[in-house]
Design a protein. Structure first.
Lengths: 154, 154
DNA sequence: TGGGCGAATATGGGCGTCAACGGGATCGAT
DNA sequence: ATCGATCCCGTTGACGCCCATATTCGCCCA
């Protein structure tokens, strides 16, 4: 398996370390990621974590912008400057720095969520709330679509 | 790694010196930069620091301007005249001169921010404010794009 | 089908190394 | 002689390395 799938919650120890789920570590190795890179997600209190190829996508996008306009600068600032390296120690743990805690609200536990080509880190209770909100939105969407279809057929 | 990534905050000592993050120093060496060159960023209170190829970028920009107009002259003055060399001592520190403090408001601490091909130096609290502004702009961009897509599909 | 064994994983903590930091010593220019 | 810049060394604290323990889960066998 070469994609980040499913989720897990792990505890942060007294030294501020947390184990990355073994399954994720296997994917990291299979994909040949040396270092992990974490970005603060734009609209949710979560971190997007992946290899450096995570940046490639952003850099391609930036290349489409006029490099002398503000937007290109903002994008570069966001992906180059507002990220952090997560170094796996040889037991497969990373240290949770203030940089990570600030954006996510993480304190004692971390929820790891697979997202295919990358994974996310959440504060568990916020993840739960977010998950419920996502389900509610999708449900409304589905019901709205059904209502439209009934309306059209009349 | 050959790009300037992530960020760090370091203290200025009583002699006015500050350590350039070890990770950045490694990139400097890998890129073969002898001296570092610092330019005052145009629209933010930050310094753009990199090798002399940093100038290439600005010179390309100037080349796009009509040499008979004032803008080209202004730009040349800005990038050729308004920069400073930063010499790394053998512990990897630079001295923070008034030239650097003036434009940035730096006093006791320096925030180093990777930007891919170069890095920036900020006064930490100003960096924080700027970062939030950038995120807000990017979020608006994202939401505007989502609204467009909905609009098209109707 | 239930119990127990063993491997893999999560977790806790001691220890060495390195980077950031502080300050004395040296050199040179004014 | 003084000031400033550079070198050099010692200290400190954070982080990575290593090993020990615990807990979970799957597997095998009775």
């Amino acid at each position: 398996m070469d994609r980040f799938l499913s989720s897990a919650i792990n505890r942060i120890d007294s030294k501020g370390r947390v184990s990355v789920p073994a399954h994720f570590r296997a994917v990291v190795q299979k994909r040949g990621y040396g270092d992990l890179y974490a970005l603060r997600a734009l609209d949710v209190p979560a971190l997007d974590v992946g290899g450096l190829d995570l940046l490639d996508r952003y850099e391609e996008r930036i290349a489409l912008e006029d490099p002398f306009l503000q937007t290109a600068d903002d994008m570069s600032f966001f992906c180059h400057g507002d990220g952090a390296f997560l170094k796996l120690d040889q037991d497969g743990r990373i240290t949770v720095t203030d940089f990570l805690r600030e954006h996510t609200g993480i304190e004692a536990e971390v929820a790891f969520v697979g997202r295919g080509t990358f994974f996310q880190m959440w504060e568990p209770s916020r993840l739960k709330a977010h998950g419920e909100a996502v389900r509610a939105r999708l449900l409304r969407l589905r019901q709205a679509a059904a209502a439209n279809r009934r309306g059209e057929s009349e």
